[in-house]
Design a binder for this molecule. Structure first.
Ligand code: BGC
Length: 523
């Protein structure tokens, strides 16, 4: 087989048909229900204790930090109360060594240090006056409440949330692996390190990035429709949605164990699905030899199986493994040195020995976005990137086409799988069956009929940078009978940029109100 045919064959392994999509949706809805009924199910369906979404009128100055995967972000957010906000932020890459540090203290003291740096740089006045006050004043807590920042802690890993600012780590994902953190309260660990530095900061709320995205989208989205779902398609993937309290049947038991009060007035609660672990036993998920090997050699084999097919941390690695497979095939001269004799075409490839192509995680998912979007003659951009970033000199147009074909197939499968998760939530919550649905037969009118719109907030590198990601999702939606052409038009997907920061601030605000009303102070 020639190179083009081989590449076509590998790309075909990543096909995910309309029938597969529908099977996926059915299973997803089944697992959603299971997770609402018991703890420890594959789809965790974690209650977040957030029982309302904002409406844009919220005001105040808050801090938020975001430990998500690749970076740690610290921000302060001024909510203006008119659906707008100003945000100041700093971002550092998390050193790889810290992701698998010996103790969680190493990680959390690093985080607290970044908060200190941020305060000194962006809120110097506040920071120094606080330190001065601490030296002259002594109250029971060492500081007065109104002098400290309330901080929303976006911690984007599966956490067993037991209160608005309390939650124990269930498992690490996205390559993190620090054993002693499992089962510990992540807010407490951060607060301890903040206190060790005497910073004027109280960890007021624990937030998953998807919940933050949902809140942020709801704060700023146009119209009066609340947002249904916040979803991340970045380094990892996950979604949080608004569920009816009565359907969260496991809540009673959790409440008995934790004694935590729940505000039931809205009849709703945001549920963090942790869909990265959808179908860990692969009953409906697609599986190729590349998926299999990637999983076996990961730090968490057998879990986050959906995430390993969808999110940015893994797509580059899938492509890398497919490329290695082609490189090993003797009748298929990918990246071959065409100047060498025909016979030893494989002993001399055009790949540098230290190329990322030979290293686990060595191929970044951004490469998939680049090559998928490459329309240049002879795929010049793909070839240049291969050369500059991956030490592949003199790749031919045919090489680049083969790589592009496989990369695009991996990206498309990821988008169609994403559609499964989103569609399942839209269907399970009956959002397309509202009275507004029946109200009009005119598709053109649907866009203007605010009440008929199902709003979804998304964030993450894939939705932001992978060309066609949303189009592929929409194509899959149309292939699902319960959604179809009409339903697809009613689903509005909007980027909630920096959602986790703003969302965390909004939840800190809610948490603050609770603390202040508990202590008798004005909310
Ligand atoms: C984590 C989720 C998170 C998602 C997106 C997953 O690996 O388990 O908690 O929301 O990544 O960051």
């Amino acid at each position: 087989m020639g190179l083009a045919d081989e590449a076509k064959r590998v790309a075909a392994e990543f096909e995910y048909s309309a029938e597969d999509v529908n099977k996926g949706v059915k299973e997803f809805i089944r697992e959603m229900d299971e997770g609402l009924g018991k703890t420890g199910a594959m789809l965790s369906q974690i209650p977040t204790y957030v029982t309302a979404v904002p409406n844009g009128t919220e005001k105040g100055l808050y801090m938020a930090v975001d430990l998500g995967g690749t970076n740690f972000r610290v921000c302060s957010i001024q909510l203006h109360g008119n659906s707008t906000f100003s945000l100041t932020q700093s971002k550092v890459a998390i050193p790889r060594a810290l992701m698998s540090a010996k103790t969680s203290k190493e990680l959390f003291s690093f985080l607290a240090k970044q908060i200190e740096n941020f305060l000194k740089t962006h809120h110097g006045e506040h920071y120094h006056s606080h330190i001065r006050r601490r030296l002259t004043n002594s109250t029971e807590r060492g500081f007065r409440d109104e002098e400290i920042f309330s901080l929303g802690f976006t911690f984007s890993f599966p956490v067993n949330q037991i209160g608005i600012n309390k939650g124990t780590l269930i498992r690490w994902t996205k390559g993190f692996d620090i054993h002693d953190a499992i089962g510990k309260d992540v807010c407490e660990m951060l607060q301890q390190e903040i206190d060790a530095l005497h910073l004027p900061v109280r960890v007021a709320a624990l937030v998953n990035d998807t919940v933050g995205t949902l809140m942020a989208r709801s704060y700023s989205s146009p119209g009066k429709t609340g947002t249904l779902l916040g979803a991340i398609f970045g380094t990892g993937t996950n979604g949080a949605y608004v569920e009816k309290l009565e359907k969260v049947t496991k809540l009673k038991q959790i409440q008995e164990e934790t004694g935590e009060e729940i505000d039931e007035s809205t009849g709703e609660m945001i549920i963090n699905t942790e869909w990265g672990s959808f179908d860990n036993d692969l009953s409906v998920l697609p599986n190729t030899p590349y998926d299999d090997d990637l999983d076996k050699e990961s730090v968490n084999p057998g879990i986050q199986m959906f995430e390993k097919r969808v999110s940015g941390m893994f797509l580059g690695e899938l492509l890398r493994r497919a490329i290695l497979f082609l490189l090993k095939k003797h009748d298929c001269p990918l990246f071959a040195d065409r100047d060498s004799s025909e016979n030893d075409v494989h002993s001399t490839t055009n790949i540098a020995d230290d190329s990322g192509i030979y290293k686990q995680w060595g191929l970044d998912t951004s490469f998939l976005s680049i090559t998928h979007g490459d329309r240049s003659p002879g795929l010049r951009i793909t070839r240049q990137t291969l050369d500059k970033e991956y030490g592949v000199t003199a790749a031919s147009a045919e090489d680049a086409e083969a790589v592009q074909m496989i990369a695009s197939a991996i990206g498309k499968r990821a988008a169609r799988l994403s559609a499964v998760a989103i569609a399942a939530i839209v269907i399970a919550t009956n959002k397309l069956e509202s009275p507004a649905d029946v109200a009009t037969d005119n598709d053109a009118a649907l866009g203007v009929n605010e009440d008929g719109i199902v709003d979804i907030g998304v964030d993450g590198s894939l939705v932001e940078f992978y060309p066609d990601f949303e189009d592929y999702i929409r194509e899959a939606f149309r292939q699902i009978p319960q959604i179809g052409e009409r339903g697809e038009k009613r689903i509005r997907i909007g980027i909630a940029k920096d959602g986790s920061g703003v969302g965390a601030a909004l939840i800190a605000l809610v948490a603050d109100k609770v603390v202040k009303s508990d202590t008798g102070k004005e909310a």
